[in-house]
Design a protein around this ligand. Structure first.
Ligand SMILES: Nc1ncnc2c1ncn2[C@@H]1O[C@H](COP(=O)(O)OP(=O)(O)OP(=O)(O)O)[C@@H](O)[C@H]1O
Ligand SMILES: [Mg+2]
Length: 484
């Protein structure tokens, strides 16, 4: 319950306390029916700066693991309520990438081999001393965090996008990192973000990266179905259940069997349906409308809302217990205005997309338009940018200009449409045997100013000319005061 209590208090960053990001302390879960061992191990590991969660039974652990993202799990092979192998398998079905250390009383080679075959990371034989336990857990936690870091580096090397989600800003990198962490774990995720930030893309990426990716991705917009139909839409109905129910209809819960159910705008569900949804999530069983027999469906829930559901809970418009069921992991999609540096790459991407749609070549974009895009706050986020670009591509000729933009963007004043006059090139050549040797910094400044002049401030051309990385010229031009 501790995490629920933490959760209810407002955190500066909306993140469940049970979820640790890489800079934060790794979470270790210990499962053993030996209370004395749990106590000692907790003391040792807490001194080493780990966050510890303990469970005395396998069942409690499996329940708890649906609500947490640990870095390491220590599992006693002999639990009173469940065979260790089965417990291991069930843990890994929820957290396939989690390093699991099996704890054994006596080293039975066969059991250990069997556990490793089934995906355990390592084993530790009891009695355990402090050093062995701490070292093993530290290694496992490091390995887990390194594996995540590797995934992140690979993604960045491929250009930084995540399943079609474009973004290189610090804010988006943070989101991708959390996606890496949570996508493969079979736990509920609540996506929060302003309208048009890409919540649906994030939900689709969660599905794509999960073990359920071969199953269906069923999206339901809770705001768009009339309340009278919500129930039959979700639960399905039997033939003749109500006037107009001419055939049996499978509800979204059933359609999502084996896959992911995306509940978009979940904050719009009526209180009555919230209660019913909660029951389904707890029991995974329900009745079709007008049906006598119980139906079962196995799906992962990903929900999204543009409202802060905690405010809705506080205002008694959203059930708190349902909120905790949905928000096991809480992902915040940042608004576009907080994604510094993403607008140029998003513009290029959306421009290509728009041009393809109307079968024309993407126009060039005038510098002034880029300045307007950078200055505007984008209350409608990426969707608004996408719409503005679509509209502009339709009206633009060779180059997309201010007049091609929607009226409210067209009116935005930006400092200067033209690049500042380039500084005069040095009167004397920099590399002159009779002159003092310039510093490398001077040479670089000179080269950049010259490239700026010769390319008319075209950043892409400067990158080619100077053979430098994509992000470099912006920074250096800034340093030199050539751009604001
Ligand atoms: N980072 C991104 N990279 C590429 N395309 C994006 C990105 N973010 C959003 N989009 C595009 O912008 C549009 C809006 O995204 P999406 O529908 O996922 O947003 P949303 O948060 O669900 O918005 P709403 O609250 O309005 O439903 C979609 O066409 C999507 O493909
Ligand atoms: Mg949406």
């Amino acid at each position: 319950m501790a995490e629920l209590i933490h959760h209810a208090q407002r955190q500066p960053h909306r993140q469940n306390l049970c979820v640790m990001s890489e800079e934060v302390r790794p979470v270790v879960v210990l499962v053993d029916d030996d209370a004395a061992f749990l106590q000692a191990a907790t003391r040792w590991l807490e001194k080493e700066n780990f966050v510890i969660r303990t469970f005395a039974t396998a069942a409690a652990c499996l329940e708890g693991l649906e609500r947490t993202l640990p870095d390491v799990l220590c599992l006693d092979i002999q639990m009173p309520d469940l065979d260790g192998m089965e417990a291991l398998e069930r843990v890994l079905s929820v957290h396939p990438d989690l390093p699991v250390l099996m704890l054994t009383a006596e080293t039975s080679v066969l059991t250990v081999v069997e556990a490793m075959k089934r995906g355990a990371y390592d084993y530790l034989s009891k009695p355990l001393d402090r050093t062995r336990l701490v070292t093993a857990i530290r290694n496992a936690a490091e390995r887990h965090q390194l594996a995540l870091r590797l995934v992140e580096l690979e993604r960045e090397a491929r250009g930084g996008t995540f399943d079609g989600i474009i973004g290189r800003s610090t804010a988006m990198r943070g989101l991708f990192r959390q996606l890496d962490r949570v996508a493969r774990a079979d736990i509920s995720v609540l996506i929060h973000g302003e309208s048009g930030t890409g919540k649906e893309l994030v939900a689709a990426a969660l599905h794509q990266r999960s073990a359920r990716s071969k199953g269906p991705f069923v999206a339901i917009n809770c705001a768009a179905i009339p309340e009278s139909l919500q129930e039959s839409e979700l639960f399905g109905h039997e033939k003749g259940a109500f006037t107009g129910a001419l055939t049996r209809h499978l509800g979204r819960f059933e359609q999502a069997n084996g896959g992911t159910l995306f509940l978009d705008e979940v904050g719009e569900l009526s209180l009555g349906l919230q209660a019913k949804l909660l029951r389904v999530l707890q029991e995974r069983r329900f009745h079709r409308v007008g049906g006598a027999a119980e139906t079962h469906s196995d799906f992962r829930v990903v929900a999204a809302s543009h409202k802060d559901l905690r405010d809705e809970v506080a205002a008694h418009r959203f059930r708190e217990d349902l909120y905790f069921r949905l928000a096991v992991f809480d992902l915040e999609v940042p608004p576009l205005r907080e994604r510094e540096g993403d607008i140029p790459i998003l513009t290029a991407y959306l421009l290509d997309q728009a041009a393809k749609q109307i079968e024309r070549r993407p126009p060039k974009v005038h510098r002034e338009v880029m300045a307007i895009f950078a200055a505007y706050a984008w209350p409608g986020n990426v969707r608004e940018l996408q719409n503005a670009i679509m509209r502009a591509v339709v009206s633009a000729e060779e180059t997309l200009q201010r007049q091609d933009l929607p009226a409210h963007l067209r009116q935005i004043r930006v400092d200067s449409a033209d690049p500042p006059p380039p500084p005069a090139p040095a009167a004397t050549p920099l590399l002159d045997a009779t002159q003092p040797v310039p510093t490398l910094a001077e040479l670089e400044r000179h080269a950049i100013a010259l490239a700026w002049q010769q390319t008319n401030g075209d950043i892409a051309a400067m990158q080619d000319m100077l053979q430098i990385g994509r992000s470099t010229p912006y920074r250096k031009l800034k340093d030199q005061g050539l751009i604001a």
